[in-house]
Design a protein around this ligand. Structure first.
Ligand SMILES: NC(=O)c1ccc[n+]([C@@H]2O[C@H](COP(=O)([O-])OP(=O)(O)OC[C@H]3O[C@@H](n4cnc5c(N)ncnc54)[C@H](OP(=O)(O)O)[C@@H]3O)[C@@H](O)[C@H]2O)c1
Length: 274
């Protein structure tokens, strides 16, 4: 069995490559930076860019399964590129596609469902690793974090669980026509996540509460527009929709074991905070 993994150098894709490789599955790992990866030696690195589907053409032949990390933006560009990749995969004879989509109702889902391939769609909530971008530097250098929404709940998922579900779906039967909404096993908020990080690194971490205006100013300085900030940062922070924090049993149902909690994730990533 040969699987083409896109996003192979990323967090989810990296776990997928490792798991497939551990199972003895032949992996083609797609990257735009073929000389910069540190993937296992047995893995075949292939060069390609998801924004330029034609660069994937030759890698799709003699492949049984495709893990597609779909990308989206506010234009149609990413959608059209994703659509083309799905069409090319089907034409090349790929039997199974497992796609990670970033939001419910992404139109690429319909394209995948209507392809002639066996399909599984993975829709995870927020990843635990976002904590690294948001807080790691500040915790390490300053011993505090700043947030306006310290009680905002999210059933964050460990990236390795997404990968494990992807690998099951790619290598075993019974996952065709399944859309898996994936969450972690507990609803977390910044306060309790900080407490757990602080216990592991054995250092106090202060939580500084920001005002909404401070949040707006910060995100504007990062180049985000007002509409994005008002909805994705302020509104989602104040009133997260139910599906963001509702714990689902999907990971446990698919894997036969409970989803990973935040505690092991912190242990695995403690060096980023110390
Ligand atoms: N973070 C979250 O909370 C969250 C929640 C739901 C869904 N998602 C989605 O999950 C997906 C996977 O995220 P991740 O955290 O595993 O990724 P990541 O660690 O951020 O890494 C990004 C990966 O995507 C690849 N990549 C990016 N643009 C590419 C392009 N144009 N062509 C080819 N490869 C490209 C990179 O490969 P090279 O640089 O090696 O080319 C790298 O392997 C993303 O699509 C994201 O939108 C994220």
């Amino acid at each position: 069995m040969t699987i083409l993994v896109t996003g192979a150098t990323g967090t989810v894709g990296g776990h997928i490559v490792e798991l497939l490789n551990g199972k003895g599955v032949k992996v083609k790992a797609l990257t735009r930076a073929i000389n910069k990866t540190n993937l296992p030696a047995e893995v075949q690195l292939v060069s390609g860019d998801l924004d330029h589907p034609e660069t994937l053409q030759s890698h799709l032949y003699k492949v049984d399964g495709l893990f597609l990390m779909t990308q989206s933006d506010q234009s149609d560009t990413k959608f059209l590129a994703n659509q083309r990749i799905v069409q090319m995969a089907e034409k090349a004879g790929v039997k199974k596609i497992v796609a990670l989509v970033d939001y419910e109702g992404n139109p690429i889902e319909e394209v995948i469902k209507n392809s002639g391939m066996e399909w599984t769609i993975l829709r995870p909530v927020e990843f635990m690793k976002n904590v690294l971008n948001d807080w790691a530097e500040s915790i390490q250098k300053e011993g505090f974090i700043r947030t306006a929404f310290p009680d905002s709940l999210s059933a964050r998922i460990h990236e390795a669980d997404i990968a494990a579900v992807a690998v099951k779906s790619l290598t075993e039967e019974g996952h065709h026509k399944q859309t898996y909404d994936l969450t972690g096993p507990e609803a977390l908020n910044p306060r309790n996540m900080l407490k757990q990080i602080s216990e592991v690194i054995q250092k106090p971490i202060e939580l500084i509460e920001m005002t909404v205006d401070e949040v707006k100013t910060e995100w504007k300085s990062k180049g985000y527009d007002e509409q994005f900030i008002d909805y994705f940062i302020i509104e989602m922070g104040k009133n997260p929709p139910e599906q963001v924090y509702t714990v689902l049993p999907t990971v446990e149902r698919v894997l036969g074991e409970p989803a990973r909690t935040f505690a092991p994730w912190v242990e695995e990533n403690r060096h980023h905070f110390e």
